[in-house]
Design a protein around this ligand. Structure first.
Ligand code: ZN
Ligand code: ZN
Ligand code: ZN
Length: 280
């Protein structure tokens, strides 16, 4: 077949696979987006941050501060502790709000993958055949496993094809949607990609479909132990994390945070949102 002929063409050299790195050295995830309710000027947000937060006093390492539209500011941190302290400090200020990290939430849908392709290895295949995506993963200091995760599979109308939902780093989604015309190469087939709207998750109560600025729950849920206090005051930081949503659901495995891309409740919400969108 034509596919077999293309497969043996020697000119195509797969891109080098990005190497894995430990979670503490992934600055791609170490950021937050700060806003002030009612304010659309990012300079005002920055000035308010400077007034309310004292990085040297609290030992918060900020590596970058970038203005965004609608008064938002993207703040990047030198380590996870700095990120957590900063988020706790903005919460305490009552004037600033942080959006939860967006990095776990970009969901894309690939349509018409040949069934011969292993979906369990889809992250490696995408990295091998799309050098530009491999470069993004390297730049974000992530790994194929962390940057591209299989969330669900769906039947295609054609029997020999399959569809799947992938959770990807937002820069990968942005790249596919703006630079490659909504397509990725999987082995030597051009696969059509749809953008699925991100799932909102609240940093205050850890529930879904709203952000902290719209949260009705007055007592913050700890991002580490899921009890009712700020992370900064958490007495359980030496213990493994507890997922608030899996605890609420009575799950037996709760030793991850509510924002972990591995969280079964988060994955279920992503699948449910996708089904609602595609049943209309
Ligand atoms: Zn909430
Ligand atoms: Zn706690
Ligand atoms: Zn969970």
């Amino acid at each position: 077949s034509l596919a077999d002929k293309i497969r043996i063409r020697p000119a195509i050299v797969p891109a080098p696979v990005a190497t894995a790195s430990s979670p503490s050295t992934r600055p791609g995830k170490l950021h937050t987006v700060v806003s002030m309710p009612g304010n659309i000027d990012s300079e005002t947000t920055k000035k308010t941050m400077a007034k309310l937060i004292n990085p040297s006093k609290d030992n918060i390492i900020i590596t970058k501060c970038q203005p965004l539209p609608n008064g938002k500011v993207r703040v990047a941190f030198g380590n996870p502790q700095s990120q957590q302290k900063f988020i706790a400090a903005t919460k305490e200020s009552k004037q600033l709000t942080c959006e939860p990290p967006r990095s776990t939430n970009a969901l894309i849908y690939l349509k018409g993958i040949p069934k011969a392709v292993s979906l369990e290895r889809i992250h490696r295949t995408i990295v091998q055949f799309n050098p530009s995506i491999s470069n993004i993963i390297t730049k974000e200091q992530s790994s194929p496993e962390d940057a591209i995760k299989l969330v669900f599979k769906r039947n295609n109308r054609k029997d020999h094809l399959i569809n799947c939902g992938l959770s990807v780093l937002p820069p990968i989604r942005d790249h596919i949607m703006t630079q490659t015309n909504g397509r990725v190469l999987v082995e030597f087939d051009q696969i059509h990609v749809e953008d699925c709207s991100p799932l909102k998750q609240c940093f205050n109560c850890h529930l879904f479909h709203h952000y902290a600025k719209d949260c009705k729950v007055s007592q913050s849920v700890c991002t580490h132990c899921a009890q009712q206090h700020l992370f900064q005051e958490c007495p359980n930081r030496n213990l493994p994390p507890t997922c608030a949503n899996c605890s609420r659901a009575g799950a037996s495995v709760v030793n991850h945070t509510s924002f972990s891309p591995e969280c079964p409740v988060l994955l279920k919400m992503q699948r449910r949102m996708f089904d609602q969108k595609h049943s209309k």
